[in-house]
Design a protein around this ligand. Structure first.
Ligand code: HEC
Length: 196
């Protein structure tokens, strides 16, 4: 009986402590607000502040966007950006925010042209997809990252410029134009780095 009463006392005390710790006031309006922020970016090319970041999701007229503690703006587009790490904040009309870190690289002018030929991001080119892009790994080569392109500079030249042992892009695609081949040769001769 004794033990039973102590047990009840403990439970009553616990119940009191829990109810007294309850927070009053309205629920947090930002509770559960989470944005899966997606961006399209173009790197800075030629050591000039010409990079861009465009928010592609979430979009909407109740949202605003901020880069590196600058002013919030309604446009999801930021331009004239140099290489570096950016903190991108999306805010809704209740003041709830989410943040994404975006890194812009500095591409050399020659590398930017080669990258464009290979992957065609946001424009012409893209001659190496789908076989070597978006996870494609024909012949053991995937060119989704800058590092993978730089590491394969000699094989890229051998296959695209010299056709050794046969031309890439692989048939039924045609080899690249003389102008496009020259872009690869110029990049290789300059040192085949991201910054060339
Ligand atoms: C239609 C598909 C296709 C396209 C487009 C294509 N490739 Fe390939 N690539 C292949 C296949 C298949 C192989 C493996 C057979 C071979 O080596 O010929 C290969 C192999 C390679 C290799 C590795 C073999 C070696 O010789 O070192 C490199 C490098 C390469 N491709 C570069 C490129 C480049 C650069 C482009 C774009 C300018 C390109 N390829 C476009 C299909 C393609």
């Amino acid at each position: 009986m004794r033990i039973y009463w102590s047990y009840i006392k403990v439970m009553v005390l616990l119940g009191w402590m829990i109810s007294c710790n309850k927070k009053d006031g309205p629920p947090d309006p930002c509770l559960g607000v989470h944005y899966d922020i997606q961006v399209f970016k173009t790197e800075a090319v030629g050591a000039v502040n010409n990079g861009t970041i465009t928010v592609t999701s979430p979009l909407g007229d109740t949202l605003s966007y901020q880069l590196n503690n600058g002013a919030f703006q309604s446009s999801p587009f930021f331009s004239n950006l140099g290489a570096g790490e950016y903190s991108l904040v999306v805010k809704n009309q209740k003041g709830c925010t989410d943040t994404l870190s975006v890194t812009l690289y500095n591409y050399g002018i020659k590398y930017a042209q080669v990258k464009q030929l290979i992957s065609g991001i946001g424009g012409a080119g893209g001659y190496c997809g789908p076989c070597h892009l978006n996870g494609g790994i024909s012949g053991g080569k995937n060119f989704d990252t800058d590092a993978s392109i730089v590491a394969s500079w000699d094989r890229i030249r051998a296959r695209v410029v010299d056709g050794n042992p046969s031309f890439m892009p692989a048939a039924p695609n045609s080899p690249l134009s003389a102008t496009d081949k020259q872009k690869i040769t110029d990049w290789v001769n300059a040192g085949h780095r991201i910054t060339d």
